[in-house]
Write a protein that binds this ligand. Sequence first.
Ligand SMILES: [Zn+2]
Ligand SMILES: [Zn+2]
Length: 169
Amino acid sequence: MRLHLRRTIQNGEPVRLDGNVPVERSIEGRTDVISASPFQADLTAYPSLDGMVEVRGTLTGHLDMVCSRCLEPAHVDLHIPFEERFKEREEGEEDLEDEEDFIFSDEDAVELSPYLEEYVTLGIPAAPLCKEDCKGLCQTCGTNLNETACGCDNTVIDPRLAGLKDFFK
Ligand SMILES: [Zn+2]
Ligand SMILES: [Zn+2]
């Protein structure tokens, strides 16, 4: 998906940018992702008078992942907000180290895919859940506690109070 900076600024009107976001690299090496749908980008490019083009919108898709608590499949719907500003580099313009709230482009046409991919990569949850209140697996016997209760005593005792427990025996 390409953004043409000069044309967008010359036209002075917002431009819709829609398309697919490749997700192969975002899920590469992640053992907790079973499969991913193609992600859809719904974006609008807004030109501004100072030569910037702001791209805003949403990246939408879904993933089949492994629940981080019970290891059953977890269906994850993602709506990732996207927002970046681009500016074509003019003669002699250097990157400003700290206060960069926009991206310099050496070309008139910016390939947006790498930026979109990065947002997808960051938007994938680190600890997905099959449902919000997933009870997980019993840490003693491994039973899926969403399905059955196992009766193990998994009470976690503060080590500082462990001595007291023996005291009351
Ligand atoms: Zn679960
Ligand atoms: Zn158990």
